[in-house]
Write a protein of this length. Structure first.
Length: 303
């Protein structure tokens, strides 16, 4: 997929309010990009299921139940999806496996998922399905929180995190393509991990004036270098349009969420690394926090 050339969208639906909200977003995106939308409901089953043969043959009662669920999916799409090519699918199995399998079979350009918040059973749903899909999906994944307000096919203010890794620069490419197609503004943010939040010389106990001044000088050195690199990345990504860039200090996910709130961003774009244990640690420390706490949709792009 080049940029955001979205032709096939997969949206899992569990009939909850958060997933219905994600479906609204998926429908609007499908309409905006003239894409085909597959809406998938997965009936969770134990694996292996006694009523499903190794060849995939299902007991008649399960076939009938899945058809009933498919009709329910169609009904959920009926009002919102006017003018959109929609395929309603119901399957049985492990939700994560089924979602990823269908995304692979469809060669989906985008998966749109609802997130369920942080408490009780909903927390477990996010942990058991959404997080695993985010970690394993080969295509970009758009997570839509229940708190996301305006649903629009075209975003207007896009914020992209940049840590200068290959995967984050790949995310910039996606963000720039989406901003260009949507006529949206694009902002790039680099966060330098820093133990203090002061903008001037930090007031620290037991540190001499000379040491504090040295830390402040080092901070300015880091900020200047990052700002120059960020400006170059922005100019290369969108040479024909201005790109806002900023550098902040602190914990990356805290600063990113704060920047999104202050700028009124309606989309956050994040690059995520591969699938090894170290990469899962990165996901847990940054992308996971952002997906859980953002009040706007978050697009994660595999590097």
């Amino acid at each position: 997929m080049r940029g955001m050339d979205v032709k096939r969208i997969l949206c899992p639906l569990d009939f909850s309010e958060p997933s219905a909200h994600a479906l609204d977003q998926a429908v609007q995106l499908a309409r905006g990009y003239d894409a085909r939308l597959t809406v998938l409901h997965v009936r969770p089953t134990v694996v292996p299921h006694p009523d499903i043969s190794p060849e995939g043959h299902m007991a008649p009662w399960l076939v009938a139940e899945l058809e009933t669920l498919r009709q329910r999916v169609l009904a959920a799409c009926a009002d919102a999806a006017a003018g959109v090519q929609v395929d309603a699918v119901a399957s049985a199995g492990d939700p994560v496996h089924e979602i990823l399998s269908h995304a692979n079979t469809l060669t989906a350009d985008l998966i749109v998922l609802g997130t369920h918040g942080l408490s009780g059973f909903q927390h477990l749903v996010l942990g058991s399905v959404t997080e695993k899909v985010l970690r394993r999906a080969a295509c970009p994944v758009l997570t839509v929180p229940p708190r996301a307000s305006d649903v629009d096919a075209r975003f207007t203010r896009i914020l992209c995190a940049v840590d200068f890794s290959d995967c984050s620069q790949h995310a910039v490419t996606f963000a720039a393509a989406l901003a260009r197609q949507a006529g949206a503004s694009l902002s790039l943010l680099h966060v330098i991990e820093w133990p203090w939040h002061e903008s001037a010389i930090p007031e620290t106990v037991g540190v001499s004036v000379a040491q504090a001044q040295a830390m402040a000088d080092y901070r300015r050195y880091l900020e200047t270098g990052a700002a120059e690199r960020l400006a170059a990345i922005g100019a290369a990504a969108m040479p024909d349009r201005p790109v806002s860039t900023s550098v902040s200090f602190g914990r990356p996910y805290v600063e990113l969420l704060d920047a999104a709130r202050r700028s009124g961003a309606d989309l956050i774009v994040l690059g995520v690394r591969g699938r090894g244990p170290v990469d899962l640690g990165f996901f847990g420390s940054t992308a996971n926090h952002v997906v859980r706490s953002a009040t706007c949709p978050v697009l994660t792009v595999r590097g």
